[in-house]
Design a protein around this ligand. Structure first.
Ligand SMILES: Cc1cc2nc3c(=O)[nH]c(=O)nc-3n(C[C@H](O)[C@H](O)[C@H](O)COP(=O)(O)O)c2cc1C
Length: 202
């Protein structure tokens, strides 16, 4: 690809001061440092009208859904983050995901990140991987799971403090920070190099 790759980060937590949101900002910043143009979709943003998915409602006539789907389609890579909820992903992530289909994810590189309050995130990442495959996203093998999240970040900072770019929390765990930034760098890299993979014959 000769153009600058576009990387969209989508946060599936609606919680103020979300750790998932902070981690995704690190990944998005790393993607930008690797040459990508980045976009950030916060499903907790009250100014984004993303109603619960409804099969009888047309995306074009439902809140900001059409505009959001256009941002997903415009992305060469999507970084998806969800909190661990009952061993799976959040309802915000699921509803967003149900609005999406092949049109949004065909030929799109996907990076996954999950944040757990407790010790286990594997099932969340697995559920995200399977459902993204369902819309033909190309999910990278490298993924990020953050367990015991409150012990891996600083307390909340004031917006604009500059810690971790736009993040509310800074990583206190260097290994996790590296792993998260690698997710963003790899998304930018594969998004830029993807044509050779996607042009495979039937
Ligand atoms: C409805 C709900 C279900 C949750 N289920 C789990 C769970 O199964 N395992 C776990 O480790 N943490 C669970 N948690 C805790 C969240 O994973 C934790 O608070 C995480 O940091 C949330 O991410 P956020 O900071 O990005 O919002 C749950 C929290 C909520 C609100």
């Amino acid at each position: 690809m000769s153009e600058q790759p576009r990387v969209l980060a989508v946060c599936g937590s609606r919680r103020e001061g979300s750790y998932t949101r902070s981690a995704l900002h690190y990944a998005a910043d790393a993607a930008a440092d690797a040459g990508a143009e980045t976009d950030y979709l916060d499903l907790g943003d009250p100014t984004v009208d993303m109603p619960l998915y409804h099969p009888d409602h047309d995306a074009a006539e439902t809140g900001d859904v059409a505009a959001v789907l256009e941002r997903v389609r415009a992305a060469d890579a999507v970084l998806l983050g969800s909190p661990v909820y009952h061993g799976s992903y959040s309802s915000a992530f699921r509803s967003f995901h149900d609005w999406c289909s092949f049109d949004e994810y065909e030929d799109t590189v996907v990076g996954l990140l999950a944040t757990a309050g407790g010790g286990t995130y594997s099932s969340t990442l697995d559920h995200m991987r399977v459902t993204v495959r369902g819309v033909h996203g190309w999910v990278m093998p490298h993924q990020v799971g953050i367990r015991n999240a409150s012990s891996k970040f600083t307390d909340r900072t004031e917006p604009g403090d500059g810690i971790g770019g736009d993040a509310d929390h800074a990583f206190t765990d260097e290994r996790l920070r590296d792993r998260t930034e690698k997710l963003g760098r790899r998304a930018a890299h594969y998004a830029a190099e993807k044509e050779p993979f996607f042009d495979a014959p039937d």
